[in-house]
Design a protein around this ligand. Structure first.
Ligand code: UD1
Length: 416
């Protein structure tokens, strides 16, 4: 039997829910090989590896190496996710930490190059669109390695987003592009990506959602609040009865880095949303820092109807999302989760790389930008609507298995 050595990379919080099912699918693939008696015969050496009747992926045992670049390093931003999503400890941690984009990317490249030279994998697998994704893609191709991108083809068309730059570079360099939806596959075709390199596999985030939704649903909201509350107010338990709340997450530079954007947003929430609903707000470290810098932190923390939380765990966030009347967010992952859960999602952005989650495609998300006038209109309108869950094609909880299969098929093709 041949060995296929896959080295996969994570760096920041949204990567962890994408790598968890991939690693499980690898383990499942390997155990299937060793546990099936008829397959053992197939691997005895007599079978012709290029016989088309045999499935190519059955010829490879996978050796997996996990690299964490260390872009996110706090327990709450990283360690907690490894634990609850059952991700094995990384084999290597590059410990790049915080810094400017150039610092994060540059330092990751320097350290990752050493790792590639030592381990010489058959494939480097990157997920998502964070700085780790970009840095490791460039390094992998410079070292002449095969590069596979999970979640390829997403495009917002907005070059002011650091993630858009990361997506474009990563996809241009990848030689296997695994897409979450057909819009993404089409984006790649339009850019001239060779057809044989594009494989539509579905959304790997939904594998994690499906594997964890029961556990999340079993969590008591009040416990989540008690464990994570920043402002330590006496919780008004009765206001949270029957899941009567809205929730917000905010971290994009376009929303939080400028006072003239962040201040009116906060005022809208405090003056117009809180009279209707208590607001649950798990605060991203970047946002917390800017709220403090702009002198807005005091205003938020003193309001007893704002339940300001430290960054919460995956299960906790899923539970908060499941019960919310509305989610306000600039996170791409939450847009997708709201779509499958049927929770109305006001996306605080002018564009999205995930159009499949929008109401016009049957999803639960509406783009409202960061202009208060527009957010107010959408908020009032959304309150009057009923929403139901939608599931785009192949958002079925089995994407990771298809990812593994496609990588092994491509390995076999490369051999010919
Ligand atoms: C990054 C990703 C973004 C993703 C987001 C999710 C890029 C370009 N951006 O943005 O796509 O949606 O993660 O969270 O890669 N910090 C901590 N603790 C940590 C990590 C960071 O306090 O464990 C602080 C840093 O000091 C920094 C700020 O948070 O000031 C932002 O971190 P950074 O990694 O630069 O980018 P994010 O805004 O988190």
């Amino acid at each position: 039997m041949q060995v296929c050595k896959i080295l996969s990379v994570v760096g920041a919080r949204p990567n962890f829910m994408k790598i968890a099912p991939f690693i499980k699918a690898i383990a499942k693939h390997n155990s299937k090989l060793t546990n099936s008696p008829d397959r053992k015969e197939q691997f005895s050496g007599s079978a012709d590896p290029y016989d088309d009747k045999l499935i190519p992926e059955d010829f490879f045992k996978i050796e997996h190496i996990l690299v964490h670049t260390g872009q996110h390093y706090d327990v709450r931003m990283s360690g907690a996710f490894f634990k609850e999503l059952d991700i094995p400890d990384p084999d290597i941690n590059l410990e790049v930490g915080s810094g400017s984009h150039a610092e994060q990317v540059g330092f990751t490249m320097i350290e990752f190059e050493k790792v590639l030279r030592e381990y010489k994998p058959d494939w480097v697998v990157v997920v998502g669109d964070v700085n780790a994704t970009l840095a490791c893609s460039v390094t992998a191709r410079k070292e002449e390695m095969n590069l596979c991108h999970i979640e390829a083809g997403l495009r917002s068309g907005d070059m002011t987003m650091p993630e858009e730059i990361n997506r474009l570079v990563t996809d241009r360099l990848s030689n296997l592009l695994l897409t979450p939806d057909l819009i993404s596959s089409e984006n790649l075709r339009k850019e001239g990506t060779p057809e044989e390199n594009i494989k539509f596999v579905g959304n790997i985030m939904i594998d994690t959602l499906e594997a964890n939704r029961e556990k999340a649903a079993s969590l008591a909201l009040i416990k989540i609040l008690e464990e994570n509350l920043v402002n330590g107010f006496n919780l008004q338990k009765e206001v949270l009865k029957d899941d009567h709340y809205v929730a917000i997450t905010l971290h994009r530079p376009s929303n939080v880095d400028k006072r003239q954007i962040l201040e009116p947003l906060v005022s809208f929430l405090l003056e117009e949303v809180i009279p209707d609903f208590p607001l649950i707000w798990p605060v991203h470290p970047r946002t917390r820092k800017l709220l403090i810098d702009f002198g807005l932190w005091g205003k938020v923390i003193q309001n007893p109807n704002v339940l300001l939380l430290e960054p919460v765990s995956y299960h906790q966030m899923l539970r908060i999302t499941m019960g919310a009347k509305i989610i306000f967010t600039d996170s791409g992952g939450l847009q997708e989760e709201c779509c499958v859960l049927g929770v109305p999602c006001l996306t605080l952005r002018w564009n999205t790389e995930r159009p499949i989650t929008l109401a016009e495609h049957g999803g639960a998300s509406v783009l409202v930008g960061n202009n208060v006038e527009q957010i107010r209109k959408a908020y009032n309108f959304t309150l009057s609507l009923s929403h139901k869950p939608t599931r785009p094609p192949l958002w079925d909880g089995h994407t990771a298995e298809r990812c593994v299969k496609e990588i092994l098929r491509a390995t076999k093709r490369n051999e010919k």
